[in-house]
Write a protein that binds this ligand. Structure first.
Ligand code: MN
Length: 133
């Protein structure tokens, strides 16, 4: 089964907000690309618009993230690292992490996770609060 991609939208896949609850993130949308009854993992595409960022959070489940669009940064254990096209990020269990866009192009990444997973726990205040100091 093939889902064709056109302009960063995969056939038959809905665009949704990153999370239901606002406040800890900004300008992020997602597409759930793959979820199957016979698989223990899921694959999502997250896209962070310029000026946007994901929640600063931690949890037991791991993330495998591959950058497929634009440029961004990842905060791991409190330290920001630049990310470029096709870089891969492993977020180990219980590691605080956050992503944000750098530049004027949307920052897009594939993320593979366990289908059954614990809920994220917020670490602290979002990026906007940091930069307004
Ligand atoms: Mn996470």
């Amino acid at each position: 089964m093939i889902k064709r991609c056109n302009e960063w939208s995969w056939e038959g896949v809905e665009w949704k907000p990153y999370k239901d609850n606002p406040g800890s993130w900004q300008y992020v949308n997602r597409q759930n690309l793959f979820s199957s009854e016979s698989a223990a993992f899921e694959t999502r595409y997250f896209e962070v618009a310029p000026g946007g960022y994901t929640s600063h959070e931690h949890h037991e489940h791991e993330h495998c993230v591959v950058v497929i669009r634009g440029q961004g940064e990842v905060k791991l254990n409190g330290e920001w690292h630049p990310l470029h096209l096709h870089d891969l990020v492993r977020v180990p269990p219980f590691t605080p992490h956050q992503f944000r866009t750098i530049g004027s192009e949307p920052f897009g990444m594939l993320c593979v996770v366990d289908k059954v997973r614990d809920r994220p726990v917020l670490v602290d205040t979002p990026v906007a609060a940091e930069t307004s100091k």
